[in-house]
Design a protein around this ligand. Structure first.
Ligand SMILES: [Zn+2]
Ligand SMILES: [Zn+2]
Length: 444
C-alpha cells in the first residue's frame, strides 16, 4: 500500500524535527462544541443542497455490487473538486480518501455504494433510471453523507490532529465488498472505523446502537436432495425427494427450538424449495436453500455443522442422497458485527453532544447482518443507525422495500456525525495502544 508507506515515512521524518503530536489541547467544553458546530455547518443551505443533489444523482443511476463505476467516478469528481487526495481503484470500484496531517492517529469513516436488484415503485422526479435496480437500502444517502463529512473535515483540516480516511466501499449487499477492501489493505495502519446506516424506524435527529454484538453473523446454504423420479401413481418404483426434502425441512426447525440455548438468539430459515413441475410426476431431485444467523462465532459454527448433518442424515432416512453447498451463488458468510466498547462510549459522548443524550438510544441486537462486520473482525469498529422518521412528512418504508424513500433531512445529521466521530477521535485518542487492549472477540 504505497500511500500508507508514504504516510509512514512522513511520520518517521517528523520524529526527528517536529514536536510530538500534541495531545488534546482543547478544553472539554470546546470538545463538546465540535458536534453542534459541525451540525450547524452541515445544515448550511448550500451544503445541504449539494448533498441532496449528489444523493439524487446516485439514486437515478443505481449500480449493483462491484459495478459501481459511475458512482465511484462521481465520488472521485467531488473529492477532486474539494482537493482531497484519494486512492483508486481498491476492490474494483472502491475509493479511499485522506484528509488531515497524513500522520497518526488514522481513523476511518465508511459508506457503502451499491444498489439492489429490484424495481423501484416510488414515482418521483429522481426515480431510478435503471430498470430492475434501485437504491432501496439508502446507500445513495450514505455516499452523500460521507461526502458531506469530507467537505466539513476538509474545511476544518487545519484543526485535525491526525488523519481521517474516507472509505467508499463497493458491494455491501451480499457480495462482501468490505471483505475485499480488507484484503486489499484498506485497514492497514487504521486505528478505528465508524459506519452509519439510515433507519426508517428512528426519528430524525436521533441515533441508536449498542456495545458488543449489534448485528448477526449470517450464512447461507443450498442442498440438492436426489432420489429417483417416476410416475406419481407408482411410488414403489421411485425414491421420492419431495418427501425427503420435507422431512429435512421439518428437522431443520428443531436446531433452534431443541438444540440451541433459548437465551442465545439464532435463526434457521428455509426460503427456497424447488422441485417437480407436474402433478403426476415424482421428480428426480429437489433443491432447498436458506439462511442461518447467530450472534456468536461458536453458535454460528455449530449451526453450520448441524445443518449439514441433518440434511444428509434425513435425506438418507428417505433413501435419498444430499449434497450441501454453503456458498451458493458465491454467497459468503458475514461475521457478527461487534461494536467496540470504548468506541461505544465515544459514540455516546459525541452523538450526545450533537443531538442531546435523550436522542442517543441503546438498541437491542438485530438479526440482520452487515458486511461492516469484516472491518469489526480486524480493528476496533463501531456501527450505528441514524434516524430519518418524520411523521409529518409521511411514512418511510423500511429498507429493501420497493417503496423505500430517504428523508433527505437526514443528510446533514449523517455528515456531521461522521465528521464529529472522526475529528473527536483524533483529538481524544492519540494512540490506539492505550485503549484497545481488549479483544473484540471477547465481546461476542
Ligand atoms: Zn441492504
Ligand atoms: Zn444497507
Amino acid at each position: 500500500m504505497g500511500i500508507w508507506k508514504v504516510f509512514t515515512s512522513i511520520l518517521i521524518l517528523n520524529l526527528f524535527w517536529s514536536k510530538p503530536i500534541s495531545s488534546n489541547s482543547l478544553s472539554s467544553a470546546e470538545l463538546s462544541e465540535i458536534p453542534t458546530n459541525f451540525l450547524n455547518y452541515a445544515k448550511k443551505p448550500e451544503l445541504v443542497k449539494w448533498m441532496v443533489d449528489v444523493r439524487r444523482r446516485i439514486h437515478e443511476n443505481p449500480e449493483l455490487g462491484f459495478e459501481e463505476f459511475e458512482t465511484s467516478k462521481l465520488i472521485r469528481n467531488e473529492l477532486d473538486k474539494m482537493g482531497i487526495a484519494y486512492k483508486h481503484p481498491i476492490a474494483v470500484t472502491g475509493v479511499v480518501g485522506m484528509i488531515g496531517t497524513g500522520k497518526p492517529p488514522f481513523v476511518a469513516i465508511r459508506a457503502d455504494m451499491d444498489a439492489l436488484a429490484m424495481q423501484e415503485s416510488v414515482e418521483w422526479e429522481h426515480k431510478s433510471k435503471a430498470p430492475g435496480k434501485m437504491h432501496a437500502c439508502g446507500h445513495d444517502a450514505h455516499v452523500a453523507m460521507l461526502l458531506g463529512a469530507a467537505k466539513i473535515l476538509q474545511d476544518h483540516r487545519h484543526e485535525l490532529k491526525g488523519t481521517v480516511i474516507l472509505v467508499f466501499q463497493p458491494a455491501e449487499e451480499g457480495a462482501g465488498g468490505a471483505k475485499k477492501m480488507v484484503e486489499d489493505g484498506v485497514l492497514d495502519n487504521i486505528d478505528a472505523i465508524f459506519g452509519l446506516h439510515v433507519s426508517a424506524d428512528l426519528p430524525i435527529g436521533s441515533v441508536a446502537s449498542r456495545a458488543g454484538a449489534l448485528l448477526a453473523g449470517c450464512g447461507f446454504f443450498e442442498a440438492v436432495i436426489s432420489g429417483k423420479g417416476g410416475h406419481a401413481a407408482i411410488p414403489q418404483h421411485t425414491i421420492d425427494p419431495i418427501v425427503a426434502a420435507s422431512s429435512v425441512i421439518v428437522s431443520l426447525q428443531h436446531l433452534v427450538s431443541r438444540e440451541a440455548d433459548p437465551l442465545d438468539s439464532q435463526v434457521v430459515t428455509v426460503g427456497k424449495f424447488q422441485g417437480g413441475g407436474a402433478f403426476n410426476v415424482i421428480p428426480d431431485s429437489v433443491t432447498i436453500g436458506g439462511t442461518f444467523r447467530a450472534f456468536s462465532t461458536e453458535s454460528f459454527k455449530q449451526l453450520k455443522k448441524r445443518i449439514e448433518e441433518v440434511i444428509k442424515a434425513q435425506a438418507a432416512v428417505q433413501r435419498c442422497h444430499a449434497t450441501v453447498d454453503f456458498h451458493p451463488e458465491n454467497k459468503i458468510f458475514f461475521p457478527v458485527t461487534a461494536n467496540n466498547k470504548v468506541l461505544h462510549k465515544h459514540f455516546e459522548n459525541v452523538a450526545g453532544d450533537m443531538l442531546g443524550t435523550a436522542n442517543v438510544k441503546n438498541m437491542q441486537p438485530l438479526m440482520g447482518s452487515e458486511d461492516f462486520s469484516f472491518y469489526s473482525e480486524v480493528i476496533p469498529a463501531y456501527f450505528s443507525f441514524i434516524g430519518m422518521k418524520n411523521e409529518t412528512l409521511g411514512e418511510f418504508p423500511s429498507v429493501h422495500s420497493p417503496y423505500f424513500t430517504i428523508n433527505e433531512d437526514v443528510l446533514p445529521y449523517g455528515a456531521a456525525l461522521h465528521a464529529s466521530l472522526a475529528s473527536r477521535y483524533l483529538l481524544e485518542f492519540e494512540s490506539k495502544s492505550h485503549i484497545f487492549d481488549e479483544k473484540i472477540r471477547d465481546e461476542l
